[in-house]
Design a protein around this ligand. Sequence first.
Ligand code: HEM
Length: 406
Amino acid sequence: MLYACQDRYGDMFTLRIAYEGKWVMLADPEAVRQVFTGDPRVFHAGEGNQILAPILGRNSILVLDEKPHMSQRKLLLPPFHGARMAGYEQTMGEIAAAEIDSWPTGTPYKLRPRMQALTLEIILRTVFGVGEEERLAPLREALRDFLDLSTNPRMLLPLVLMGPERVRRFPAFRRRIDRVDELIYREIAERRRVGDLEDRDDILSMLVAARHEDDSPMSDEEIRDELLTLLVAGHETTATSLSWAVERLARHPEKLARLREEAEAGEDDSYLTATIQETLRLRPVISIVIRRLTEPVEIGGYELPAGVSVTPSIYLIHRNPEIYPDPESFKPERFLDNPPGTYNWIPFGGGVRRCLGASFAQFEMAVVLKELVKRHQIRPANPKPERVFRRAITETPRHNAEVILN
Ligand code: HEM
């Protein structure tokens, strides 16, 4: 449908979406640049995410705009700085190795649920900073329950139709949120009591130590809202991207072999980096970025009124043959000598709303893929490539990346 609209109307066209209003799709990198560098008072992202507020809380960076957004973003940025990610390498590698060693060989196996278990474990240890099994177990169970509900495609319709406030009063929903809250507030309280906060490298500890501009600490509620935001934003997205990487590699044995050779030599990660970039180009797990206009804006020669949303189309930009020749083919090589551009490779959005976890996610994908290809031969369980299937938020492989490992 997007291709058909682009053929007919060009790189800018309007869709009317039920309960959402008008979306002006943008498929031209220059228009995308204008949106990402535009005034955050005019291009609102949080407004479009209000549906998440009852789940993530009113302080969540995802649902805020302008000053309150910037103030949360400043607190969250330092822990996610690219250079800091190397500190997580060992933990991520150990979790990945243990998980991958538990996977069966010689039989068709759906990887996506396992990748979700893996990314959840990594978040529990690096973001929540919980390591002991007796505290991990209840938290893991409560969060899994909560995630099942919040990322279930069947929840999306009631959320849209009934509105988030009424859905929140559903007993099943309430119970799960209450349980998660109880455990998270307990972790926050315990972390406030420890004496060695500066020596800890998990994100919760850094948020407990962080200070607002007026030197006040973050409240328990702020920290709770951001922890759940990081979990919801970072868990399924990374697991799904990893699943797509394996799905694509399994169908390109020569590329998989090259990746394995590089991983075994252990000197250079450039093909691995290019493979991750190409996976995120060809199978972006989120296909649009949304900004709602608070004032009229001119884009691409059109005056757009306040109230409409502009939606850079990750999908169409990533498939533009002028930017990416032979766009439907999986070719990590294309990124080897040409690093991705800021406005034509946008799996993590851009500007002041660019994904906070972009470095975290790419680092995690690299660690997990390396552990996997070093241990196993991988072939597809079914010769036909998996189609893209839309879940509540992410676009996933139709058969959950079913492969046979040896
Ligand atoms: C491959 C994995 C991931 C993908 C494809 C992805 C993609 C995205 C996209 C498209 C956005 C919206 C950007 C925009 O509006 O311009 C976003 C925002 C965000 N992501 Fe990610 N993400 C991933 C992993 C993560 C991880 C691991 C975390 C944290 C642990 C995370 C935390 C966030 C946060 C907090 C925001 C909101 C930023 C803001 O509004 O200022 N993401 N992500």
